[in-house]
Design a protein around this ligand. Structure first.
Ligand code: ZN
Length: 198
């Protein structure tokens, strides 16, 4: 099938998104063609801005427009607790649970020998440095309830506990294999409340 180059390129771009095949990409490309010009411009600007204006927080690895994220800057938050998650989107999910007032650390992945992801490939070294230099008393591990998430939790626990820091794991209100980002507020609240020591 022949498409004019701009459409063909847009289809190619849409196909790079997760879960979008050729058919959907083609539909989206033609939909874009019919959109109002200002909406398309706004969309294009957002795409560029998300890459250009956002980066990872120097301390916790969360996404931010500044050197430090809002959470790390907020001195009213409990500086003694740090909740460890896999991805920045998990921070957003946990923030829905307003009862959690501590800090975060984003690993940007999990340990996965199958995929060749080892401790040096995720944000672990910075967590350890942070623990050495701060008043953190408890590390709450909130990796997902998957095989890799559990293995990562176990690894971190073995690494951190000898330093005399309490290590806890979210309670399994979260079903096995489930992702934190999809859990509802109440489930997350109960998971934090019922966290157990590792
Ligand atoms: Zn931060």
């Amino acid at each position: 099938m022949y498409y004019p180059t701009p459409i063909a390129k847009l289809i190619e771009s849409y196909m790079k998104l997760p879960g979008i095949g050729a058919k959907t990409a083609t539909r989206l490309a033609f939909f874009t063609l019919d959109m109002a010009e200002e909406d398309v411009t706004e969309f294009a600007k957002s795409l560029i801005s998300v890459k250009r204006d956002l980066h990872y927080c120097d301390v916790c690895g969360n996404i931010t427009e500044e050197a430090l994220c809002e959470i790390c800057q907020d001195k009213t938050r409990d500086q003694r607790e740090v909740l460890v998650v896999e991805e920045p989107k998990d921070v957003m999910a946990m923030e829905k649970v307003r009862e959690y007032k501590g800090l975060y650390h984003v690993l940007h992945g999990v340990l996965s020998p199958m995929d060749g992801t080892g401790p040096d490939d995720i944000n672990i070294a910075s967590l350890i440095r942070r623990l050495q230099a701060s008043e953190i008393e408890e590390v709450i591990i909130a990796t997902n309830a998957t095989t890799e998430g559990e293995a990562t939790a176990m690894y971190l626990s073995r690494l951190i506990k000898p330093a005399g820091i309490k290590v806890t794991r979210l309670a399994h209100g979260l079903s096995v294999g489930s992702d934190i980002e999809y859990a509802d507020e109440m489930t997350l609240f109960k998971a934090v409340e019922g966290r157990r020591e590792m």
